[in-house]
Design a binder for this molecule. Sequence first.
Ligand SMILES: [Zn+2]
Length: 423
Amino acid sequence: MLEAIYEGERFNLHSHLSMQESIKAEVNRLKKAADKGAFTCPYCNGILKLKAGDIYEKHFFHPSNSCSISEASETYQKQIKRESKKHSVMKEIIYDELKTQEKINDNLRVEYGYIEKADEKWKYYPDIIIENSKTELAITILTDVTETKDSRLVQQIKKRNKYFKTKNLKPIWFVEETEQSVDMDRRVIHLWEAELDIAVKMKEDLKWEDTLNHLKTENNLFDLFNYHHQNAPRKYEVFSLYYVKSTETNITFTIQRFLKDQISHPYRAFALNEAYEIKMATALLTEDTMQLSDPLIEAQQRESFLQEALKRDKENVAASIQESVNFNDSLVSQPLSIAKRYDEVGMQAILDDYIKEVKVISASELSKYLVKECGAPSQTYLTGKYQIYTKVCIALNGIETSGKIKLIRKDFVDDRIYEVIEN
Ligand SMILES: [Zn+2]
């Protein structure tokens, strides 16, 4: 281990040696002091000796039986070796805040993971464990999640995530904010695989899910928000990620909520909310469980998302109707070749020619054509509609059953529009 108590204070071998000009001389001095019992274990108060060989890293050790916490500490130190310096800074700030809450909340217990579970000799330890009357949460902070480290890191994180779950803890991961990548114009979040794996489902996620799955729109959400998606989900599943940013003395949390989409490289998801920052005290409020979000902001964001989705859906439906109107009007045309006489060949023969030359048929326009160009009977109903319109509709219906044309729009009694399938 690297930690010890020296002259009543915490002493870290690494940081102490990093400040020395001559490490060798200092190590010799420390070794002598250690032999005389100057260093003790921070956990069991046992005397520590100093191992100062060249092969192994310099470290303190219990000369007789080592205590369980110091062993757990070793395991934990190895596990967090890859983390940046920010990791321990953030961990300490979060720990202090939670400890403050522990003082005013009788149901709450807060401890470093390796201390809390040392006796059980765990394989991995979360940074901090929070226990309340209902659950035990395993808090872990992740820094330095870069691409080069991603593939190995993912395996590690998956293992740890699974391990904590088998120990009946709910793992919660805080990711350093520099990793966050979101484009709200396209509603997309780009993720590391590691990030995708540690996304969690919290109370607010379930509220979002409930809202989205009860939303009645003609179009799916991905289309409505022009999100470039893989598959439109049948059922919406909401997850969230928590980013942390530290200043010297404080930490802010950013909440990102999303619908999973692409679960292979490049990892992408549909961003549900404009990520927002909350203060540490709000995020870590642990009366019931850690809330990690601001319920007021969440309710507002859900409401505005809902309104936006409904508005877009209405516009979208209106636009697609308009589109089909434009489509028909521009394509309805009369054949150019000289029309045959209705009284000589009959309706069927004229219709056969007609559908060879047009793409879209309007029953009402076809009736006009028959009367004006082919000399069909011109009697009208009181509404002004040609009486032959009814016969035309019956004939078109017949052709439709043969599969040559397809009804694409029905304007009640005024008109029927068909698309010609094969020419
Ligand atoms: Zn000890």
